[in-house]
Design a protein around this ligand. Structure first.
Ligand SMILES: Cc1cc2nc3c(=O)[nH]c(=O)nc-3n(C[C@H](O)[C@H](O)[C@H](O)COP(=O)(O)O)c2cc1C
Length: 364
């Protein structure tokens, strides 16, 4: 029977189980975007803890694509080299290293959340952010400088995703995820709330989804045929009172992405506008994942959001609501919870999941 500890095959890659560390910004690089000891310990300890896949946080494909001054980046070979020991360690634990490639668009040039998430001035190290339509910027604290993207900017962004995927491969990642959710650049193009363009990147569905398709095609073209590509989308903007991005468009886009060789749609939600009115609590985004899984053939679906217990996660897989369970905050509370879950679910081979160095702690 398929359960959360059964393996998942995607192309030639086998995930040892279906528990994934959802990408989580750590805002812990110095302003050079390089990975440091924090990233190694943060990601490494979750691999020790039994996750089947460990995804590095939203990693900026270019410096002006960072959310904050302290984001992780992969815009040079030095960045890739700094990530190499981390992917090697994750693989040594039997887990699959993955990376989320991201561009913040107009939600960039901020300081860290614990410093207030405030715009950073150009003088203090901020930058001019890119936007599909600066006039539609909806948040209170706007970056000091914002520019509507022209065709050269669009070409540069596509190229930045492409070259960052190449560097991710060189760094040892086995899965690459395109971040098209949470109100960041690619989502800014998808949603009519933030996209007011009148060129071939704005207006109807085909135009608004064009950049996501072009970025995905560029990434898929350099990512090996035997390795999977994921795309994270916001399944809905949670803005039913206006023209916005919704589940129906997400299903349409997921079909197109599946045809282009995307292997898994990672279904999150929201982030485009402060008026969003969405649910929270256990499994709060699962109906979106399920809606896509039911409607789209030939693509795996990841569920994320409010997943905290073994029984809950196992039921999602057992009942065919999702192929992969991504977990964020529970991994912050306890990096080793998959080891506990295996015991809670009565898995026969629970002990063998524990690292040999820790086995004396099993059962007593
Ligand atoms: C500290 C933190 C950082 C996050 N950073 C990212 C990120 O880099 N990329 C992303 O797609 N989602 C990010 N998220 C969202 C999570 O990946 C996840 O979708 C969300 O927290 C819901 O899952 P949960 O209920 O298991 O926490 C972040 C969440 C947290 C708590």
């Amino acid at each position: 029977m398929t359960h959360v500890f059964s393996s998942l095959e995607l192309r030639d890659l086998e995930l040892p189980n279906r528990i994934a560390v959802s990408p989580m910004c750590q805002y812990s690089s110095p302003t050079d975007g390089l990975a440091r000891e924090w990233h190694r310990v943060h990601l490494g300890s979750r691999a020790v803890g039994g996750a089947g896949l460990v995804m590095a946080e939203a990693t900026a494909v270019e410096a002006r694509g960072r959310i904050s001054t302290h984001d992780l980046g992969i815009w040079s070979d030095d960045h890739a080299r700094a990530l190499e020991p981390i992917t090697a360690f994750i693989r040594e634990q039997g887990a699959v290293p993955a990376i989320q490639l991201a561009h913040a668009g107009h939600k960039g040039s901020k300081n860290q959340p614990w410093a207030g998430n405030e715009p950073v001035s150009l003088e203090a190290g901020g930058w001019e952010v890119l936007s599909p339509s600066p006039e539609a910027y909806p948040f209170e604290a706007a970056p000091e400088a914002m520019r509507a993207m022209d065709q050269d900017d669009i070409d540069d962004v596509i190229e930045a995703f492409r070259s960052s995927a190449e560097r991710s491969l060189a760094a040892g990642f086995e899965v690459v995820e395109v971040h098209a959710a949470h109100g960041y650049l690619l989502h800014q193009f998808l949603s009519p709330v933030s996209n007011r363009r009148e060129d071939e990147y704005g207006g109807g569905f085909e135009n608004r989804t064009r950049l996501v398709r072009e970025v995905t095609a560029a990434v898929r073209a350099v990512w090996p045929d035997d390795k999977p590509v994921f795309v994270r989308i916001s399944g809905t903007d949670w803005l039913p009172d206006r023209e916005s991005w919704d589940l129906e468009q997400s299903i349409r886009l997921s079909r197109q992405l599946a045809e282009m060789g995307v292997d898994l749609i990672d279904v999150s939600s929201g982030g485009i506008h402060p008026d969003q009115d969405g649910p929270s609590g256990p499994n709060y985004q699962v109906p979106l994942a399920e809606g896509i899984r039911d409607a789209v053939d030939d693509v795996a679906v990841g569920a994320v959001g409010g997943i905290r217990t073994a029984e809950q996660a196992d039921a999602l897989v057992r009942n065919g609501r999702a192929d992969l369970v991504l977990v964020a905050r529970e991994f912050l509370r306890d990096p080793y919870f998959p080891l506990r879950w295996a015991t809670d679910l009565g898995l026969e081979e629970a002990t063998s999941l524990w690292p040999v160095q820790y086995r004396r702690a099993v059962g007593n």
